[in-house]
Design a protein around this ligand. Structure first.
Ligand code: ADP
Ligand code: MG
Length: 251
């Protein structure tokens, strides 16, 4: 059996009186490419915030790499690209190099000595996303697709075993979306990084993911992409609250 690197048991969460997650059991097996789908407001970002330890669940327990989240110290093992990354303030005065270095979990401190090892890490991460040539450009001068790759480099700078991306393709044009999926494919296949991707792009999901989970307060589906694409339109529109068209991209 594949080992679960994230295991959430019986997780519930409410913002004030509003229950957003209701007794969720959720696992990420090592080596998976998980697609997390579901309607807006379904609780996807909340689930991620809980598993990153940014908020505490009201109920339930979380294991990260077999350790209770309260004891988990190896923050470097999990890389995260937030939903807000692509609405980055364009006027922000920082170079690409500086943005990526803020992802280093090792204590660097901006005004402290930035050692050679750190510099190498940052440049390697930029190379992985094909943005090395832009290291000393201002982040604000880059296109949306380029900025997105910089934020992925920032998440990769600590060599994570798990990379979580929350709706990373929103606002990215179709050519760059294709390039983005190629990059994820490379990270998954060649770098053995376990991935969890939140997206509305169900077509791309059925093409790339190994597992699909559909969340709307509770888990409504957990299975293989083929099973997801065989769900009837009726089941999906009940789930999403509006008609939805799933285009399978199976080869
Ligand atoms: N900070 C917050 N305070 C109150 N309600 C929130 C907060 N963040 C999210 N919510 C609500 O929780 C629900 C789930 O949100 P979210 O986890 O962001 O869903 P998703 O990422 O699937 O769109 C939504 O109804 C949202 O309005
Ligand atoms: Mg969200």
């Amino acid at each position: 059996m594949t080992e679960a690197i994230v295991s959430m048991k019986n997780i519930s969460y409410a913002y004030e009186q509003k229950t957003v997650l209701d007794h969720i059991d959720f696992e990420i097996p090592q080596g998976a490419f998980m697609g997390l789908v579901g309607p807006n407001g379904g609780g996807k970002t909340t689930l991620i915030k809980l598993l990153l330890g940014l908020m505490k669940p009201d109920d339930g327990s979380i294991l990260l790499f077999n350790q209770p989240i309260e004891k988990f110290k190896e923050r470097n093992k999990i890389g995260f690209v937030s939903q807000k990354a692509n609405s980055f303030n364009r006027g922000f005065p920082a170079t690409v190099f500086e943005v990526v270095s803020t992802g280093l979990t090792a204590k660097v401190g901006y005004f402290k000595f930035f050692n050679k090892k750190h510099k190498t890490k940052v440049l390697e991460a930029l190379k992985q996303v094909d943005m090395l040539d832009y290291a000393y450009e201002n982040i604000g001068n880059l296109s949306g697709g380029q900025q997105q790759r910089v934020f992925i480099a920032r998440a990769l700078v600590n060599d994570p075993e798990l990379l979580i991306l929350d709706e990373p393709t929103v606002g990215v044009d179709s050519r760059n979306v294709r390039r983005f999926y190629d990059l994820l494919h490379h990270l998954h296949e060649n770098k053995n990084i376990t991935l969890m991707l939140v997206t509305h792009d169900t077509g791309a999901m059925t093409e790339h993911a190994t597992d699909i989970v559909c969340l709307n307060k509770t888990l409504h589906f957990h299975g293989k992409p083929e099973e997801y694409s065989s769900l009837t339109e009726g089941v999906l529109s009940d789930l999403y609250g509006h008609p939805i068209n799933v285009v399978a991209h199976n080869h």
